[in-house]
Design a protein around this ligand. Structure first.
Ligand code: H2B
Length: 100
């Protein structure tokens, strides 16, 4: 999977594909792929983070994220590329599967 920075056009097309199958959309915020997940409680939120962390480590691609109680805010970007790459969309998709 490529760590090449995607163009704005490529991002918009990948975003549309990602959002076609998710209950609430991802957005591009400050040059990163952003979403705020809401879970039932802290246990569900932290369970999501624990599972996503294992996937991220296996991908060698790590999220920026923030948790308070049942909310997990996620920002995905590829630091090595200075922008959003296919890896960010791949991790976003994996996160949706885990959250789902
Ligand atoms: N995660 C993210 N989000 N962006 C990166 O550029 C990145 C990473 N680079 N995880 C990886 C680790 C790199 O530092 C290692 C050496 O492969």
């Amino acid at each position: 999977m490529s760590r090449t920075k995607l163009t704005d056009q490529e991002i918009q097309s990948a975003l549309a594909a990602l959002n076609a199958s998710v209950p609430s959309p991802w957005q591009v915020v400050d040059g990163k792929l952003h979403k705020e997940f809401q879970f039932k409680d802290f246990n569900e939120a932290f369970g999501f983070m624990a599972r996503a962390a294992l996937v991220a480590e296996a991908m060698d691609h790590h999220p920026e994220w923030f948790n308070v109680y049942r909310t997990v805010r996620v920002d995905l970007a590829t630091h090595d590329a200075g922008g959003i790459t296919e890896l960010d969309f791949s991790l976003a998709g994996r996160m949706e599967t885990i959250a789902g």
